[in-house]
Ligand binder design. Structure first.
Ligand SMILES: NC(=O)c1ccc[n+]([C@@H]2O[C@H](COP(=O)([O-])OP(=O)(O)OC[C@H]3O[C@@H](n4cnc5c(N)ncnc54)[C@H](O)[C@@H]3O)[C@@H](O)[C@H]2O)c1
Length: 364
């Protein structure tokens, strides 16, 4: 293994499966050996693109392959729990697509299984690994803006309900809609940039207005837009928005993330790249400084981190405990949107780490 690199299997050969494969190739130190997908054309394409030798139709068949050290789980959300549990049990290191699971209960089981197996479990929250995002985190870490206490993060598609292989709009298979799909990415990024404070409450409103855009036989029991306000310890807060379809000025289509801090502000996404604002005068004017972005970004950076985790020189972030907190926050968001009330997020001990838990009774 040391000479050939870490032998990797890709489970689920849709768009993310291909991106993971590109990341492994760019990071080096990996050998792409096997792919599993129910759709022959998808696995054959990945095999051809990345010179992979072995193919399996089903995820579990690949997990019996003893010549595989690590797997990327790029399957529909409802399959994350069973396949990641089976992969850890089979002694594989795992990188799992987002959202980590359908809910916090599942994420808790995954955290316990990773601890028991002593294997790496990394969640593929790819927004943390982008150039603008890494530059923003570094700027905050260096203390250039002081305490970052509020974030506004959104991923608003004007039109873009995902099709996938037919599960995205089915709550039993996806866990939720736009908030679970796009919101989780921006939630993870903003929480990370705020320093991963402990969440204390969530309030959310959901819309479902685009059912008519899909054929009537398509399951559609999820939100196509969601808006949430989260509170954290240390007087920190986050405004989060996600939409698959909404009427908005077309230029608003896409991602936004702004950090508000004691001594300045950062705009993560702008046509000029990430921008730092400091030295505010009484009139509200400030000096604008473009931030330098790193060379190793996106899936290349993510797989480099995965390699370091497997080597034991880094701890997976976002790993099992972050995945659990993300799902706790999403549970609270969904519960609030359902009840119309603010939902408290309480602490509890899981695997020796302090993590929050959604209160069983909604507080107003
Ligand atoms: N990080 C991101 O930006 C990003 C982007 C897209 C999707 N995702 C996530 O990636 C995951 C997959 O999404 P997708 O868009 O590729 O979905 P998809 O429906 O397009 O693809 C899923 C694939 O899994 C295969 N599959 C299903 N059951 C299987 C089984 N038992 N064994 C082997 N293969 C099986 C299907 O044949 C299909 O090719 C989801 O969790 C999604 O949320 C993340």
């Amino acid at each position: 293994m040391a000479q050939q690199g870490i032998r990797v299997g890709i489970i689920g050969a849709g768009w993310p499966g291909g991106k993971h494969a590109e990341g492994y190739k760019a990071a080096g130190g990996f050998q792409l050996v096997a792919v599993a997908d129910l759709i022959p054309a998808r696995r054959r394409k990945l095999m051809a693109d990345f010179a992979m030798g072995r193919e399996y139709a089903d995820a579990n068949a690949l997990l019996t392959d003893v010549q595989v050290d690590a797997v990327s789980v790029c399957l529909p959300n409802a399959l994350h729990l069973p396949v990641v549990l089976a992969a850890l049990k089979a002694g594989k290191h795992v990188i799992c697509e987002t959202p980590p699971a359908l809910n916090a209960g599942e994420a808790k089981k995954l955290a316990a299984a990773a601890a028991k197996a002593g294997k790496v479990l990394l969640y593929a929250c790819q927004r943390r690994f982008g150039g603008a995002e890494q530059a923003t985190r570094l700027t905050i870490d260096k203390g250039y803006v002081g305490d970052a206490y509020h974030a506004r993060a959104s991923w608003m598609r004007t039109r873009g309900i995902p099709a996938g292989t037919g599960w995205y709009t089915d709550k039993s298979k996806a866990g939720g809609g736009a908030m679970m799909d796009l919101g989780v990415q921006m939630l993870d990024l903003a929480w990370h940039l705020l320093g991963q404070p402990r969440p204390t409450s969530a309030y959310a409103i959901f819309n479902q207005r685009y059912r008519g855009a899909l054929p009537p036989e398509t399951p559609y029991d999820v939100e196509d837009a969601g808006f949430a306000l989260l509170k954290f310890e240390g007087d920190k807060s986050l405004e989060l928005s996600a939409s698959w379809a909404i009427n908005q000025p077309p230029r608003e289509h896409g991602t936004k993330c702004q950090i508000y801090a004691e001594k300045g502000a950062i705009v993560v996404y702008s046509p000029q790249g990430p921008l730092l604002y400091r030295g505010f005068n009484p009139g509200g004017e400030a000096k604008e400084t473009p931030l330098k972005t790193p060379k190793i970004v996106h899936y290349h950076a993510m797989m480099r981190h995965f390699k370091e985790c497997i080597a034991g020189t880094a701890t997976p972030v976002p790993g099992p405990s972050e995945g659990l907190v993300l799902m706790q926050m999403l549970d609270a968001i969904y519960k609030s949107a359902g009840s119309g009330k603010s939902v408290e997020i309480r602490s509890s001990d899981v695997g020796g780490e302090k993590v929050p838990e959604v209160a069983s009774d909604a507080a107003t």
